[in-house]
Every structure is written in C-alpha cells, then in structure tokens.
Design a protein. Structure first.
Length: 192
C-alpha cells in the first residue's frame, strides 16, 4: 500500500481506518496517523489515535492468539516455513518469556506470527492478555508519538527553510561551488 492511499484512508475513515490497519499490521498507518494528527487540516486527536491503535493492535493480537490456541499446532504442522518460524518463536519464548510477549510487535517479521504461535504454547489466556495489553499500549504510544514528533519537526524545518529561503539557496549554491572545486582539484591531481 502506498503512503498516499493510507493517507486517503485516514482522511476518509479516520479512527476506524486506524483501528483496522493496526488490527492487521499497523506500523506504517500508525506513524502516518501520528504525523497527520499534528496537522490541523485532518482533525485527528493524538490521544484518540493512540487509543484506536491500542485497541486495534490488542484486538488483532488477541484474535491471532485465540486462532493459535485452537488451530495453531495443526496449521503450523502443515507448513515447513511456519514450522521453522514457530521453532524460532518457541526458542525465544523459552529464553525471554515475558519480554517476548511485551515486545514482539516491535520486531519486523515476528509481529503477525508470534501471537499465533504463543496461542499454541502453554501460556495462560489472562497472562497473555495482560502482557499483550501493556505491550500494545507501549507500542501505540511510541509509534503515534514518533509520527507526531516527526510532523512537528518537519513543520519547524519547513517553516525555517521557507523563512530563510534566500540563505538556503546561497548555502546550496556554495555547496555546489565547493563540490565543483573539489572535483576539479581531484582531476588535476590525477593528471599529474
């Protein structure tokens, strides 16, 4: 999905698009929603962005956990690719137990499979729910604030660039002159 398409979804459907996006995966749409929340043109409240992302992520991972609880072992047994990934998740679970449950959504490639595999492991439902909720909250706050702060930073940089466009042009011209002189000097040295 392109950024423009996601931006359109958020503009059109707001928090519902964010909930569905974070239910399915989420990092990109949440960063973008945080970024958009900084812009008054879109009318998104950062607190509601965090709440929608938290709810979507928690619901998606709980769903994957319950699917794993009921059908996980049979589905994993049917696929060599899933068996190798599930084996990695189980090894990490043995070593990092609670930390894995709290942090899996921060690791690319583990986010979707891990709650499914954890559902097939011997983890109690209340324990997974509690740790998953904490992890979802940390994740939602982290990514939404990152997008929001990036929007603030970008706005500040653009305002300064626009306010000082003459100086920026002169700096670019100066850098171009320096680059030309360096290239000319390097060629002259090679000839000698």
């Amino acid at each position: 999905m392109s950024i423009e398409f996601l931006k359109h979804l958020i503009a059109q459907y707001g928090y519902l698009a964010l909930f569905v996006g974070t239910f399915l995966e989420g990092e990109t749409i949440l960063l973008l929603a945080g970024f958009i929340a900084h812009s008054p043109a879109f009318n998104l409240d950062l607190r509601l962005v965090i709440l929608a992302a938290f709810a979507g992520s928690l619901a998606g991972d709980q769903t994957a956990f319950f699917i794993g609880r009921h059908w996980g072992r049979r589905l994993v047994a049917k696929s060599e690719k899933w068996r190798s990934r599930a084996k990695r998740v189980h090894a990490m679970l043995q070593k990092y137990h609670e930390v894995l449950i709290l942090s899996f959504r921060f690791f690319y490639g583990l986010r979707n499979l891990t709650p499914f595999v954890l559902g097939s492991a011997d983890i109690s439902i209340p324990k997974f729910f509690f740790l998953n909720a904490i992890g979802a909250l940390i994740w939602a706050v982290t990514f939404a604030l990152t997008g929001y702060l990036f929007g603030s930073l970008l706005e500040n940089v653009l305002v300064r660039v626009i306010d000082n466009v003459h100086y920026v042009e002169m700096a670019i011209l100066g850098l171009a002159v320096v680059a030309i002189v360096i290239l000319w000097g390097a060629r002259a040295l090679r000839r000698r």
